[in-house]
Design a protein around this ligand. Sequence first.
Ligand code: BG6
Length: 478
Amino acid sequence: ELAMKEIGKDFLWGGAIAANQAEGAYNRDGRGLSTADIQPFISGADPVDLHFNDLDSSTYEKYRNGAYFYPKRQGVHFYDRYKEYIDALAEMHVKTLRLSISWSRIFPNGDDAEPNELGLAFYDRLFEYMKSKNIEPIVTIFHYEMPLNLVDKYGGWANRELIDLFVNYGQTVLNRYQHVVKYWIIINQINLIHKEAFASLGILKDQADHYEQAKFQAIHHQFVASAKITEFAHQLSPTLQMGMMLADTLTVPYSCDPADVKLNFQRNRMQYFYSDVLLRGEYPEYALTYFEDHNIRLEITESEKELLRNNTADFLAVSYYWSNTVKAGENTMDPNSTVKNPYLKENRWGWSINASGLYLCVSKYWDRYRVPMMIAENGIGFRDVLTADCKVHDNYRIEYHQEHIKALLEAVREGANVFAYCTWAPFDIISAGTAEMTKRYGFIYVDYDDEGNGSGEFHYKDSFYWYRHVIDSNGQDL
Ligand code: BG6
């Protein structure tokens, strides 16, 4: 049988969520407004068009001050109901839950002199409860939300001041939770700055004279902040494991036409840029050339270069959902520019299904970096149907995870060192991209709808029992 021996007894099977998509309670216990709180759900819009990402100032003002329904303000009430959720996960036998801390719960304005004690206390309770159920927390410090004040007053991550503000927040949570949290991911999907510029960088596109340059300068600030937080953590305790994270966006060429092959190569190399800096500790030549060719001038100091060199990440976290195909002539270097792969099926949001892509990406990252890896997210969104007797027969989801876990185990068998597999998401939460509730990923059906109504009851889908069995057999029986 495939690979089974290579998955250790302590392999972390689990799931992943983010604070802004689950917690709700957006204005409670001193929490400040965050960028996620102003993302509306627009009923009747084509899900494919429900983007919230490349925002300009006027759309920002419209959403900020408009009378929309903002699903992330209530999430799935995880803040109040976390014990019920953790109990259900314990019943599924998960060993880990990756989740994030809401920055504006800890520093409501991002630049406050003191952290908000009530916000810190919530995560004390949560992590302690998880520990009592033997669920290991893997904590993301920054997952697609930041105090809104940092957009208004500083212009988001394009501003160098964000480095110290974020480092202060990072140090605060590391100090506080160092004894309960061993694994940390500093920034969610750091490479997704093209479509996700607002969610990940807090930049409004009309505020920068040179938008591309502003985004890469912002990324530089995230790199430096990551290195500083890593340095701090390593001084604090040698047991802390500090991770960087990529959304896997490696592509394949549409054909063996040399032009497709070359574009594909160049595209992929620019995707390695982020991990090359954070895992190898320096800006690669190909990226410097790219910046020069695109008239992107970055401010990078000598001491920052040294900081990056000396404080590389301990592990690589990767999220994987689908694969991309590029074709010369039609596509450019923009990571959002892709063509459909005729061999693959898609879900209704246009996300293709390709399990072998997970095998490829894990193997490629392993070959390049030789650092421990975790699958931080993997899953498929569907409009699940709840039957009259409250079941969800989600064979499509079982099949998706079955194939992806097989692909992962194949890469492990060939040497990749992977310590965790987190499904996105173990229970239904609000979608990051579209703010829908009904783009469901969970093994546990959570009865809320797109307008935030519903009983909130949990119903275990067929996939719940399947995944529990996978965990019980440590991946031997898929
Ligand atoms: C990842 C994000 O990009 O994809 C998650 O880290 C997100 O926050 C997940 O939920 C799935 O995307 P969506 O838009 O379907 O929720």
